[in-house]
Design a protein around this ligand. Structure first.
Ligand code: NAD
Ligand code: LMR
Length: 338
């Protein structure tokens, strides 16, 4: 019975380690919260990503099982599992990219902000690990409420003197994925042909789809605009209600997380013209953080793009979004400052 914990496995693991160390091309990626609803499919999809040479799977429960399972996939990445806080620093040692889907999900009737009390502390602990083991890594933060957890991470990194605003990205890709899907349905197009910028943040009215900037160029009636905007803003709640107490979006989120992580890795590799939406430190508005299109490169989010021309409906939406965002950002900052 060969299990990664069995000494008989040592030679085989060693061969894999050598392959990983011997310059097998690719990046080292850690997933924190790898045994969760998002974490498991995300780990599987990252094991299939040819840009990944080493994949570290960390959780406070069930990491060995998920690791043993995923390690049998005959793809290139070497997989290692890490269980519990005592192994956090080794899980993060030398990582290029850290993806964080750790934390509790919503149940029906909850807002994302209701998760703050539990998830803020989890994100703080994990970011302290990043400070110690991989201060130069790019971080993709998924844990909710993203509008507050990204400012929390920034404060932890600032306190440690390692903050690089280009390397901290709140993942809002699921909003874009949903927007592409719902807009394609209305237009009768294949979603792969549709690109919708979604800006602002990742909760309710802070999610602001820019339907006037959809590609390919198109126009919507006021009713379509209202329907699409609401559906995109409430996409997370739609899934929470359908799952009826069993959690929130996990599979579409894992898909979105991998789409975003892959874009980050292609940027790190030096590919040109990689542009995606993300919640980042920003000067696009008067708020310190805002989601908009960013250009991903060797240094992370190397360029943050302006919003472009907005119509009246979007200008009103922007003001609403900013009001709520300001409160959520401040709540995150105060959590660390106090
Ligand atoms: P889940 O409960 O299924 O999984 C969370 C995992 O995190 C569990 O395996 C748990 O053991 C682990 N965990 C808890 N504390 C930890 C710690 N201190 N260190 C490491 N791991 C820890 O939840 P899920 O459905 O996977 O959702 C995870 C988070 O992602 C939630 O906060 C959810 O709201 C958020 N989310 C964000 C988006 C987005 O678009 N950004 C989308 C969906 C879900
Ligand atoms: C989502 O948008 O699906 C996530 O933020 C999870 C949630 O609570 O809605």
């Amino acid at each position: 019975h060969l299990h990664p914990s069995n000494p008989q496995m040592a030679p085989m693991l060693k061969a894999a380690e050598c392959r990983a160390k011997g310059g097998a091309p690719g990046f080292k990626v850690a997933i924190l919260g790898a045994a969760g609803g998002i974490g498991q499919p995300l780990s599987m999809l990252m094991k299939m990503n040819p840009l990944v040479s080493v994949l570290h799977l960390y959780d406070v429960v069930n990491a060995p099982g998920v690791t043993a399972d995923i390690s049998h996939m005959d793809t290139g990445a070497v997989v290692r599992g890490f269980l519990g806080q005592g192994q956090l620093e080794s899980a993060l040692e030398g990582m290029d990219l850290v993806i964080i889907p750790a934390g509790v999900p919503r149940k029906p009737g909850m807002t994302r902000d209701d998760l703050f009390n539990i998830n803020a502390g989890i994100v703080r602990t994990l970011c302290q690990g990043i400070v110690k083991s991989c201060p130069n890594a790019v971080v993709n933060l998924i844990s909710n409420p993203v509008n507050s957890t990204v400012p929390i991470a920034a404060e932890v990194f600032k306190n440690a003197g390692i903050y690089d605003p280009k390397k901290l990205l709140g993942v809002t890709m699921l909003d874009v994925v949903r927007a592409n899907t719902f807009v394609a349905e209305v237009l009768g197009l294949d979603p792969r042909e549709v690109s919708v910028p979604v800006v602002g943040g990742h909760a309710g009215v802070t999610i602001l789809p820019l339907l006037s900037q959809v590609k390919p160029p198109c126009s919507f009636t006021p009713e379509e605009t209202e329907y699409l905007t609401k559906r995109i803003q409430d996409g997370g709640t739609e899934v929470v209600q359908a799952k009826a107490g069993a959690g929130s979006a996990t599979l579409s989120m894992a898909y979105a997380a991998v789409k975003f992580a892959d874009a980050c890795l292609r940027g790190l590799r030096g590919d040109a013209g990689i542009v995606e939406c993300a919640f980042v430190a920003s000067q696009v508005t008067d708020l310190p953080f805002f989601a908009s299109k960013v250009r991903l490169g060797r240094g992370g989010a190397e360029e943050v793009y302006q919003l472009g021309p907005l119509n009246e409906y979007e200008r009103v939406g922007l003001e609403k979004a900013k009001k709520e965002l300001a409160v959520s950002i401040q709540k995150g900052v105060s959590f660390i400052k106090k």
